[in-house]
Design a protein around this ligand. Structure first.
Ligand code: GLN
Length: 281
């Protein structure tokens, strides 16, 4: 079977789960990450026959995709801000919206050189470690409640040669009384309300850690309120606080920040949803 024939069969098998273009991108990721192909290989090998081993690897992956397993769980890595991050069932798969948050922070600090950064609920470490690469002098604290998650964070820090500038902090932020001061505090905490579960796709719902995703309908901003309070001493010293936020709760986020006396700015993601917030004093 040629690559081109395989592309068609692959798209058809996944048609009930992924639109054509997305299925093709997934196949491309599999070829690049599991078969070590280059981007151009995927475009130009169309008439070549796949080897038996290549077929075997792709077919096995296709089976998992049909069970709604995310491609990043199949390959074990996610691409984020130009780097590769190891993922597991204990980490959220880094999202494009989160790349936009990182981009915002970096652009804000082009002429500054932040010395201390804290990423709360770090997961893979994708936010904090990407900032670590962008700001060569910064010390980065990566905090997460889960020990298992921090094992993955640590591996990613090592892969990116950032071990010397990072500190891993295991902390249940809701119980914390204080956090060290930092120039930048950033968090992508759980923010999907239980009532929104019906909108969440099976590949997320069945495979990604609910601990990193969901909050109760009663108090969906619980993490934000707590982090804002903990960040106050940093903000008093000129620090900035950045969040990824729930698109449906931007008004509530504004009230929360105002109530605490914070000044803020909200930003939409590329899909046009209110997705990011910056707070300062
Ligand atoms: N954006 C994520 C999603 O796919 C949610 C991330 C989060 O809860 N922090 O639903």
């Amino acid at each position: 079977m040629t690559l081109n024939e395989y592309k068609i069969a692959f798209k058809n098998q996944l048609a009930h789960i992924y639109p054509e273009q997305e299925a093709l991108s997934i196949l491309q990721i599999l070829c690049e990450d599991l078969l070590n192909w280059s981007r151009t290989d995927f475009l130009f090998k169309n008439k070549e026959a796949l080897t038996h081993l290549q077929r075997e690897i792709l077919d096995k992956s296709l089976e998992k995709l049909m069970q709604h397993e995310p491609v990043q769980h199949i390959t074990g890595i996610a691409h984020f801000f130009g780097e590769q991050f190891k993922v597991s069932q204990d980490t959220l798969v880094p999202r494009q919206e989160t790349e936009e948050l990182v981009d915002w922070i970096i652009k804000d600090h082009q002429k500054l050189s932040p010395k201390t950064i804290m990423d709360i609920g770090t997961g893979t470490g994708c936010i904090g470690l990407s900032l670590g690469l962008a700001f060569a002098k910064a010390q980065i604290s990566l905090a997460d409640v889960s020990k298992m998650t921090l094992e993955i964070t640590k591996k990613n820090a090592a892969n990116l040669h950032l071990v010397e500038r990072i500190k891993l902090v295991q902390i249940d932020i809701l119980r914390a009384e204080s956090i060290p001061e930092a120039d930048i505090i950033v968090s992508n905490p759980p923010y999907v309300r239980d009532m929104e579960k019906v909108e969440i796709q099976k590949n997320v719902l069945d495979y990604e850690p609910h601990l990193a995703l969901f909050v109760s309908d009663d108090d969906p901003l619980i993490f934000y309120r707590k982090i804002m309070q903990l960040a106050l001493p940093s903000l008093q010293n000129g620090g900035l606080l950045y969040f990824e936020i729930n698109q449906y709760l931007s008004d509530e986020m504004k009230s929360l920040a105002s109530d605490l006396g914070l000044t803020f700015e909200l930003k939409k993601d590329l899909n046009g949803n209110w997705r990011m917030m910056k707070c300062w004093l």
